[in-house]
Design a protein around this ligand. Sequence first.
Ligand SMILES: NC(=O)c1ccc[n+]([C@@H]2O[C@H](COP(=O)([O-])OP(=O)(O)OC[C@H]3O[C@@H](n4cnc5c(N)ncnc54)[C@H](O)[C@@H]3O)[C@@H](O)[C@H]2O)c1
Length: 372
Amino acid sequence: MNFQQIKFKGSKNSYSILIGNKILSLLPRKIKSLCPKTRKIAVVIDKKVPNHFKKSLKHYLKKFDVTFLNFEANEKTKNLNTVNAFLEKLLFHKFNRSDLIISVGGGITGDVIGFVASTFKRGINFINIPTTLLAQVDSAIGGKTGVNSNYGKNLIGSFYQPRLVISDTSFLNSIPKREMICGYAEILKHAIIKDKKFFIWLKKNSKKIFSKNLKNLNYAIKKSCLIKIFFVNRDVNEKNLRMILNFGHTFAHAIEIKNKYSKKISHGEAVLSGMILESRLSYLKRKCSIQTLKDIKNIYEQNNLTHVFKKYSSVKSIQSLIPFLKNDKKNDDEKINFILLNSIGKTSQPNKNKISVFNLKKYSKLLINSNF
Ligand SMILES: NC(=O)c1ccc[n+]([C@@H]2O[C@H](COP(=O)([O-])OP(=O)(O)OC[C@H]3O[C@@H](n4cnc5c(N)ncnc54)[C@H](O)[C@@H]3O)[C@@H](O)[C@H]2O)c1
């Protein structure tokens, strides 16, 4: 069977990320070697994952005592009530810490079930099987788990690493274009912040990612995971370097909050808008060249993605985001803390570009300049 393996080596624990097509059959062998005491397994599966995957999983796990739990994943069900319901199900079925919980779904399922795993009897074995492009290139890596509260997104959570991640690209067959864009936005972000060669590769191959070409998907997922791991390993608890992964996300989060996380704009579309606005800000702050901006804009144009930031082409639209920028979790004072871009593949260091609301209002007139 053809698959690639990446190792995440943390200070406390390490695990593998397996990437390939139709690789779910690896699961029973891996469980035996990684969690040899497993008797009971809870598989929490996103309701939108096609049913044949559930059938395959039932077959591969037939030697274990398996409970399947369906999950209707959305930002509203990503909450503590859901966590409690899953915890109680595990208690009801008498799971213990040497048993196993497996998440099969996108970033929401992985975040919720990772959190459940971290709190069940202070930590039960956890395997993450991400089924969206975003989850395979981003959320399944790095150990952040959590849920939303009425006060905001992802405010309750923990750092908890899985025993294994299996990124099987056959799950992506049923992923709609809009969700593919969400994953692509993070892939592009990874290239922009860390890897010029990967950016050049994306310029040539992005269309093949959208058409779900397996070879290209595998390569993009692997490169993305390696870049995310690079930052996470140097700063697991997000105190400094890991903040670079937030490039584009300062504006993106403000856009999402302003739109009340409605379906009008997806997270990926907000990130794509945010990366353009933060690249323009980098140019205005004389951090990057006009050519860098053009290179980024070109890749949006080539992939018909420019519509996402067209909404932010008036001073009023930019200024309406400022109150929401002030609540960004990177801020530790009144100023807004940006990760800016020096060139493709290189950003500024975290906490070096704090911009006051007053100055940001001045820049907002220039941020809408569509010439760059
Ligand atoms: N933990 C982290 O480090 C981290 C990083 C980035 C994002 N996130 C979180 O991830 C979430 C977003 O992840 P996402 O984009 O995967 O969202 P998601 O989990 O909501 O999945 C997107 C949509 O795809 C559906 N779906 C899942 N797998 C499918 C499949 N194989 N076929 C068809 N449909 C399928 C889901 O039901 C959902 O409707 C957010 O809550 C975000 O906060 C976490």
